[in-house]
Design a protein around this ligand. Structure first.
Ligand SMILES: NC(=O)c1ccc[n+]([C@@H]2O[C@H](COP(=O)([O-])OP(=O)(O)OC[C@H]3O[C@@H](n4cnc5c(N)ncnc54)[C@H](OP(=O)(O)O)[C@@H]3O)[C@@H](O)[C@H]2O)c1
Length: 259
């Protein structure tokens, strides 16, 4: 009966090895001296690894986080590991529109330029439908609306999106419940570590070949096809307009304003 356990264990181990082996890696050696990069949700997981990589390349890195104390520990670690002391923490809660507005306007006032924006902060909260003080659903507010508003206020831009794959980070344990348990299990069975999981974010932020690419979707450092729903032109336009309305975007806040 030993093979009842042995075969699944070997199958999972092989899948895990293949998954990691075929994961995309950013090969760009580009330096970012003189550039400023902002990473939301840089206090853990993929965002933390992305911020570390950008700091190693010489950029001024702004860790945009909701938990300032946790983020300051991460900033200290990044400064130590990268040898780059130009790593700062700024407070923002991406689920709160007034926090995002305040944060974005402070960045506009205090930074002379912003070259890279990595919209990374996110949660996985499948269980309870929770509304934010703005009346928005919490996951949509954290992962989408906050970044939609932030991006509109901060930039005229090259913008690409990505899927990092299944990455072993804090996201599953924070989710709790049965879905959190199954996601944690999946993360331990078949997943990449956060360093590997950050490669596509880093690739989009630094690679020379991306300088003239915009509006595309990437997986494993390669351009990929997003779902039919996501690439539906009418639907994208509807989402854009609904987002402008839901975040109450003002014409003066964005050059992309369309309503
Ligand atoms: N891991 C995966 O397999 C996977 C798969 C697909 C997509 N993603 C996406 O990848 C991104 C990074 O996730 P991760 O796996 O690295 O998760 P993680 O380890 O939980 O890190 C998420 C980061 O987002 C921050 N954050 C959460 N809510 C926030 C808010 N309201 N305001 C500001 N910051 C907030 C967290 O801050 P705290 O440290 O304060 O909690 C943390 O720094 C997310 O957008 C996620 O949806 C991940």
């Amino acid at each position: 009966m030993w093979y009842v356990i042995f075969i699944p264990v070997v199958a999972v181990a092989i899948t895990h090895v293949v998954y990691n082996w075929q994961a995309g890696r950013c090969h760009s050696q580009r330096r970012l001296d003189g550039k400023t990069a902002l990473v939301t949700g840089a206090s853990a997981g993929i965002g933390k690894e992305t911020a570390l990589d950008l700091a190693k390349r010489g950029a001024r890195v702004i860790l945009a986080c909701r938990n300032v104390e946790k983020a300051q520990h991460v900033a200290d670690e990044i400064i130590k590991e990268s040898g780059n002391s130009d790593v700062v923490v700024r407070e923002v809660d991406t689920s709160d529109l007034s926090s995002v507005r305040h944060f974005a306007n402070e960045i506009l006032k205090t930074e002379t330029h912003l070259d890279i924006l990595v919209n990374n902060a996110g949660i996985f909260a499948p269980y309870h439908r929770t509304l934010t003080t703005d009346g928005l659903e919490l996951t949509m507010a954290t992962n989408h609306y906050g970044h939609f508003l932030l991006t509109n206020i901060l930039l005229g831009i090259i913008a690409n999106s990505l899927h990092p794959g299944c990455v072993r980070t804090e996201i599953a344990s924070k989710a709790g419940g049965l879905s959190g348990f199954f996601l944690s299990l999946l993360q331990y069975l078949v997943s990449k570590d956060s360093k590997l999981g950050a490669q596509t974010s880093i690739h989009l932020a630094v690679s020379e070949e991306i300088d003239s690419v915009s509006g595309k979707y990437f997986v494993d450092c390669k351009e990929s096809t997003c779902s039919k729903l996501a690439s539906h032109r009418g639907m994208s336009k509807k989402l854009w307009l609904a987002s402008e309305l839901d975040v109450k975007l003002e014409p003066h806040e964005s050059i992309l304003y369309t309503s």
